[in-house]
Write a protein that binds this ligand. Structure first.
Ligand code: NOJ
Length: 561
């Protein structure tokens, strides 16, 4: 079946976390003029779309994911005029800009919430989710917040609790209320009319909660338990998204990606099937949860290639006809991939480029997170005071209070903490990596003298130029975008190999996921046929052997016509 061509299928998206991107005024905090300064850099890389993490007014309890005014810019980031300049300059360069839409919750400092908490009969009361406590006065249910503790906060003034799936400064909006939905639609149109090119939608599959908000099963008698089954992909979610499409999105040529923890491929096909008119693609989390155990993200397990392959293939196949995949390793919530699934010490270039190849050659829209393009790594501060992330700090303090030793917790934070992704972008080898002339809000990773954008730009063999090449190939080759996907080798514990096919062209992708030296054999159909080297992260990949050895973290892509 012929694929519908869309610009967002042919694009590569680059995520900017503004606080950590580039500081133009020396206050230690990245800002919008700082982004404008780096547009030429992004153009050199070759990306098509910038996704801006939230830049709206916010008290920054969760670094901008707690919005107090959806139509204004955070003071630390600049002004609306700065934002307009940035957008115009991006558009001038042919770069699109999508905004982060955070509407599962607002800040508790949003005018709606300030009203809502005033009185039970306040006209804004129903904008949020208020409930009386249980008979004994305890929380309305046993749900745990994503950032530890109860998902409910008691409010003295009216003697009721409000729901907050994230921090208590992020009250959940009540999407059952049609006025809330139309407020969100109006706000979206307001930004679209300013010229934005789409939205990344924060935890958008959380907006429809199970009526009655029941207690979650609690077999181990814990105080609070994850209540995801009662709010992830809830009963009215597809209705709400389809309504949003009809009211807003249908009228603009934009792209949408819904962030969806807990989404599986069956649900994802419903969200992304074009005929259903909901979203273009979703961010799923299964592949980045494979190194977590049953207790969640801090219950850390080693990743096995078999599990990763099985998962990625499942997603490739499930969405192959009517849906569309997003492809990502990194974002502001995930540790750095070269440290996580690669080897940032002994095979920095090799493993970073292998992982990039594995991801970018699959079918879907790839996302690059700032600094990934030159191999930024995880960080390991030893003092908890050097961390900023609310999730990390809440977990640390809760577990310390339970008696878990400091070192044990720091070891987890070094592997999984969100600040791994949030240390300032390392632009050069000057003080604070050229991120700021002042004192950065979060310390710079001490490896900046070696790992930085300037060094990468000066080295034709750097990770940066490999990403540039990957992007170029996507732009110049239709098979990369629209070709079918099939696994080549089912069960090799070290090698991920797949093919992409369109018309008479075939791309064969071989990725050695570890530092061994496995042999691979080409599929029967192409043996003895001539093939050209499409892309490789090592010199001298053979083009004439049917069986060959992959070197540590080698990635090679052959083209057969
Ligand atoms: C997902 C965002 O990516 C994360 O950074 C944030 O903390 C939560 N949603 C809450 O908005």
């Amino acid at each position: 079946m012929a694929e519908t061509k869309r610009w967002w299928k042919e694009s590569v998206v680059y995520q900017i976390y503004p606080r950590s991107f580039n500081d133009s005024n020396g206050d230690g905090i990245g800002d919008i003029p700082g982004i404008t300064e780096k547009l030429d850099y992004l153009k050199t890389l070759g990306i098509d779309v910038i996704w801006l993490s939230p830049v709206y007014k916010s008290p920054n309890d969760d670094n901008g994911y707690d919005i107090s005014d959806y139509k204004d810019i955070m003071d630390e980031f600049g002004t609306m005029a700065d934002w307009e300049t940035m957008l115009a300059e991006a558009h001038k360069r042919g770069l699109k800009v999508i905004m982060d839409l955070v509407v599962n919750h607002s800040s508790d400092e949003h005018a709606w919430f300030l009203e809502s908490r005033q009185a039970k009969d306040n006209p804004y009361r129903d904008y949020y989710i208020w409930r009386p406590g249980k008979e004994d006065g305890s929380e309305p249910n046993n749900w745990e917040s994503a950032f530890s503790g109860s998902a409910w906060e008691y409010d003295e003034k009216t003697g009721e609790y409000y729901l907050h799936l994230f921090s208590k400064k992020q009250p959940d909006l009540n999407w059952e209320n049609p006025t809330v939905r139309s407020e969100v639609h109006d706000m979206m149109k307001w930004w679209l009319d300013k010229g934005v090119d789409g939205f990344r939608m924060d935890v958008i599959n959380f907006i429809s909660k199970e009526p009655g908000l029941p207690d979650a099963p609690n077999p181990h008698g814990k105080k609070y338990v994850p209540g995801g089954d009662y709010f992830m992909n809830g009963p009215r979610i597809h209705e709400f998204l389809h309504e949003m499409y009809n009211e807003v999105l249908r009228h603009y040529d934009v792209m949408t990606v819904g962030e969806m923890p807990g989404v599986d491929e069956k649900e994802a096909i419903k969200y992304t099937d074009e005929a259903r008119e909901e979203l273009n693609m979703v961010f799923q989390f299964e592949h980045v949860d494979l190194d977590s155990g049953p207790e969640g993200k801090w219950d850390i397990r080693p990743l096995k290639l078999e599990a990763l392959r099985e998962n990625l293939v499942k997603w490739q196949k499930a969405l192959e006809h009517n849906g569309w995949n997003s492809l990502y390793w990194n974002n502001h919530d995930q540790p750095r991939v070269v440290s996580r699934f690669g080897n940032d010490r002994d095979y920095h270039y090799q493993s970073a480029t292998m992982l990039a190849t594995l991801l970018h050659m699959m079918k879907g829209t790839p996302y690059i997170y700032q600094g990934e393009e030159f191999g930024m790594t995880n960080v390991a501060f030893t003092d908890i005071a050097d961390y900023n992330d609310i999730e990390t700090l809440n977990m640390y303090h809760e577990k310390r209070a339970e008696g878990v030793p400091h070192d044990e917790l720091m070891a987890k934070i070094h592997i999984k903490g969100r600040d791994n992704a949030r240390t300032p972008v390392q632009w050069d080898d000057s003080r604070h990596a050229g991120f700021t002339s002042g004192e950065p809000w979060l310390k710079v990773n001490p490896n900046y003298p070696e790992v930085n954008a300037e060094a990468a730009l000066n080295d034709p063999k750097s990770i940066f130029y490999y990403y540039q090449k990957l992007i170029e190939l996507r732009h110049s080759n239709e098979t990369v975008v629209y070709g079918s996907f099939d696994l080549l080798i089912e069960d090799d514990p070290e090698v991920f190999a797949y093919k992409r096919e369109l018309g008479d062209e075939m791309l064969l992708v071989y990725c050695n996921f570890y530092n061994g030296e496995p042999d691979v054999t080409l599929p029967k159909e192409v043996r003895g046929r001539e093939r050209e080297l499409f892309l490789a992260n090592r010199e001298d990949a053979p083009t004439d052997l049917d069986t060959f050895t992959l070197r540590p973290y080698e990635a090679v892509v052959y083209r057969i016509r």
